[in-house]
Design a protein around this ligand. Structure first.
Ligand code: C2G
Length: 447
């Protein structure tokens, strides 16, 4: 009996896939099909898969061509499978020509012509792509455009900014570049807002009232009340309003939260997060783009693990700020301490002071250590009293988290279902504490 094996994602199964499976089957008597697991596709950079693993397996089963279906979970598995199942022929589409020649040490390798004119990518609806506009002046604005190119189902069509003259090349080349938000809104289905936090509320309201979906850097308002009013308006009008905090969407960070919530380090007693940049430049005294200081740039990111791991029910808080609030300059720095009934938390952020950008979550059994820069991490450790018990975790991160954030946004728009990465209560708590920083007279000032 000649045994054949082939592999694929088989997303939105189409006649190209079926042709491939038919010809693979004809090469022998028994066909095994390896369908890729979600985590494996993520790890190899295929992040736009629409259907779940079980749906894709069902697709393949329904063709009636596979005698056996297995799941492909890790790099290198093909060699294991070929040996384990006693495979005679490995077959794959010609888009992989030469790439699997190394398998010929184990079995015959056959490349089958790929069917022209059809692909999962084209089926993921080119013409229904969400037209997205960028609003704001953040120096990292172009990262959204660059990462959007990896996300099916959306395209960045324009930018509205008050800094037209200093736009990054890629942004300046967009079809629509304007300083008029209304002009941008007229051309898009959704907007991404990356501007001074003091402008967020007005810009989000403006976009929602124009019927556009919004992905806005946190906080989208400066009081709980205003934040909730915007969120209610969005859901009453079937619009998506999503917080943009890239860290929330990174796999390592998300898994870390799940492990801690599952009791892996015992009871959480303290969360300490630090995020700093030296954006301040002594030499030219000209800070390009963002001019909204450590809290505006980092506050919501540093507060995120605190709220996600300890909740939003703190009983007291102290804000200590150094330097003029909301501006980038030498020595600009903010520290916030929160006290909970059973735990404490602190965050330090700055654009004019440098520190170690780590995250530490202390528990009654162990602690989590995330090395700098923790906000774009792919790695963390759970450390116990006895170092031999320590556990290390690694999850590939593509595009600093921006890419996953954009995918989540596009999925929320297309399915009409909100994602659960940043829940409403956390979103509101971020609005409140950021508002307290900007408006509250009880901030302790140091020189
Ligand atoms: N295919 C084809 N014609 C098309 C589209 C796809 O013949 N128009 C083939 C591919 O060449 C591949 C199979 O169908 O052999 C599955 O394609 P995908 O779902 O795109 O999976 P892929 O990313 O190629 O996974 O470990 C995974 C494998 O290496 C391949």
């Amino acid at each position: 009996m000649t045994k054949v094996i082939t592999y694929g994602t088989f997303d939105l199964l189409h006649y190209g896939h079926i042709n491939l499976l038919k010809r693979a089957k004809e090469l022998g008597d028994y066909l095994i099909v390896g369908v890729t697991a979600e985590a494996y596709d993520m790890a190899r950079g295929k992040i736009n898969v629409t259907q779940s693993l079980s749906e894709r397996i069902e697709n393949v089963r329904e063709t009636g061509l596979a005698d056996e279906i297995i799941v492909e979970e890790y790099e290198g598995q093909k060699i294991d499978d070929i040996k384990r199942y006693g495979i005679d022929i490995f077959a794959i589409g010609s888009d992989w020509k030469d790439k699997f020649d190394y398998l010929s040490d184990y079995c015959k390798v056959v490349y089958l012509d790929r069917t022209k004119g059809i692909s999962s990518t084209s089926l993921r609806a080119e013409d229904n792509r969400l037209k997205v506009g960028l609003i704001g002046d953040a120096p990292w604005l172009d990262k959204y455009r660059r990462q959007a190119r990896f996300v099916n189902g959306m395209e960045i069509v324009g930018v509205a900014t008050s800094h037209k003259e200093s736009l990054a090349k890629g942004l300046a080349a967009l079809p629509l570049v304007t300083s008029n938000i209304d002009e941008l809104l007229a051309a898009v289905d959704a907007v991404i807002i990356s501007s001074d936090p003091l402008l967020h509320h007005a810009q989000v309201e403006h976009a929602l009232k124009a019927g556009k979906h919004v992905l806005c850097e946190s906080p989208f308002a400066l009081t709980t009340h205003e934040g909730e009013a915007l969120a209610s308006y969005a859901s009453e009008h079937n619009l998506v309003l999503q917080d943009a905090i890239k860290t929330a969407y990174s796999t390592a960070y998300h898994r870390l939260c799940l492990l801690v919530k599952g009791g892996k380090i015992g009871k959480v007693v303290s969360v300490d997060a630090t995020c700093t940049t030296l954006r301040y430049s002594k030499d030219d005294n000209a800070v390009s783009g963002a001019n909204w200081g450590g809290m505006g740039e980092w506050g919501p990111i540093a507060l995120l693990p605190i709220f996600q791991l300890l909740g939003t029910g703190y009983t007291s808080r102290q804000i200590v700020a150094r330097g003029e609030k909301g501006y980038v300059h030498e020595g600009e720095f903010t520290k916030i301490d929160l006290v909970y009934p059973n735990a404490v938390a602190s965050m330090k952020v700055a654009t004019g002071v440098k520190s170690e950008g780590e995250l530490i979550v202390s528990g009654t059994d162990a602690y989590v250590y995330v090395p700098a820069p923790w906000w774009k991490t792919d790695y963390f450790e759970i450390r116990y009293e006895n170092p031999a018990d320590n556990k290390r975790y690694f999850y590939q991160l593509e595009g600093e988290g921006f890419r996953y954030e954009l995918i989540t946004f596009v999925q929320a728009v297309s399915t009409g279902r909100e994602n659960s990465y940043i829940t409403r209560d956390i979103s509101s708590a971020l609005c409140q504490i950021m508002g307290d920083y900007y408006n509250n007279p009880d901030t302790l000032r140091i020189d």
